[in-house]
Design a protein around this ligand. Structure first.
Ligand code: TXD
Length: 321
């Protein structure tokens, strides 16, 4: 099998970790593009020089020229500004929409058959804009948010219960913002409902509920928690890992069911918007939305989150994008 070509647009914190992970896992040849002169060349040189130690055999190139992404199979986009303490993801809208417009035009020109994974914030709006400008079929445009938000939820549950995070299944749906929807009802430890385990632990249903509410709230604010501690940027290791899980699902045609930001055509009661839902990821990109019944409370939270995405997209359109 010829090696895949993976283009990364944005060579900042997440971009750098992406290069390293792709190399170490030998997922394909990498091109790292950034507008800052020499920086992507420097980062890729640094990572390439670890090849003898890490024993990887892929080509790694840094560039300031979009021509170098020509023919990429997968494009992962992190270009844009990250949050500073006190900022919401939505505060990034104007700046990052301008950046995304240029990025999308170039991906359309140089990698017209690629599958695009978008990471830049505000995520749901950036995915929408990218698809609008490229005109790519929606199966080839997907945003990363839910894999990370779900992993954060799983991590907090594991810590609370004192069990391995490997055995936790936890799903977060909706937009990648404060309105995201952790699905408590289906959170489980190897099939055993988390709520049942919390009730056992505390021997008190009300207390168990209170603890779960705290886990849910921490999940929703998890990005901000990291921003506050870092002071100079936002999370980058875990977003990079999450995008790599999606990339692997596509490269190896795994048909994994992952929560991703995907285009909905009536599923979950949403039409014409990109929202976080479980989807099958395989060689063709988003191959299927995995729909399931939400209860009344979950549907209400989902509607609220979808309304926040709609408002964000409307703001973006008002700004002329
Ligand atoms: O889960 C998620 N989706 C996210 C998203 C989790 C964490 C952070 N998330 C967002 O990803 C964050 O809010 C940002 O919008 C992106 C990238 O985060 P990162 O931490 O990597 O930001 P950096 O280090 O500032 O890197 C951004 C790079 C930087 O090197 C700029 O020079 C570059 O983007 N940049 C550009 N590249 C190409 N083209 C243009 N026009 C451009 N403008 C800036």
């Amino acid at each position: 099998m010829p090696r895949k070509k993976i283009a990364l647009i944005g060579g900042g914190q997440i971009g750098g970790v992406l290069v390293q992970l792709i190399a170490q896992k030998q997922l394909g040849d990498v091109v790292l593009y950034d507008i800052v002169p020499d920086m992507p060349q420097g980062k890729t040189l640094d990572i390439a020089e670890a090849a003898r130690v890490d024993l990887f055999d892929v080509n790694i190139k840094g560039t300031n020229d979009y021509k170098d992404i020509s023919g990429a199979d997968i494009v992962i986009i992190t270009a844009g500004l990250p949050r500073k303490p006190g900022m919401s993801r939505d505060d990034l809208l104007t700046t990052n929409a301008q950046i995304m417009k240029t990025v999308a035009e170039n991906v359309k020109q140089y990698a017209p058959n690629s599958i695009a994974i978008i990471i830049s914030n505000p995520l749901d709006a950036m995915v929408t804009l990218f698809q609008k400008i490229t005109g790519f079929p929606s199966s080839r445009v997907v945003g990363q948010a839910g894999v990370l938000d779900s992993s954060r939820f799983a991590t907090f549950i594991a810590w609370e219960l004192g069990v391995s995070v490997k055995d936790i299944n936890a799903l977060v749906l909706g937009g990648h913002g404060d309105t995201m929807v952790p699905i408590v009802r289906y959170a489980n430890v190897n099939g055993i409902p988390v709520m049942e385990l919390l009730e056992k632990k505390y021997n008190d249903a009300a207390k168990a509920k209170e603890v779960m509410t705290a886990l849910v709230e921490r999940t929703k604010g998890a990005g901000g928690e990291v921003v506050k501690l870092l002071k100079t940027g936002s999370a980058f290791y875990s977003p990079a890992s999450s995008a790599i899980a999606m990339t692997e699902a596509i490269i190896y045609d795994e048909k994994r069911v992952l929560p991703v930001c995907a285009y909905l055509n009536g599923e979950f009661g949403v039409k014409g918007y990109f929202v976080g839902v479980p989807a099958v990821l395989g060689a063709s990109g988003v191959e299927k939305i995995v729909e399931f019944a939400l209860n009344e409370e979950e549907q209400k939270l989902m509607d609220n989150s979808v309304n926040a995405v709609k408002a964000l997209v409307a703001d973006m359109e008002r700004l002329g994008f």
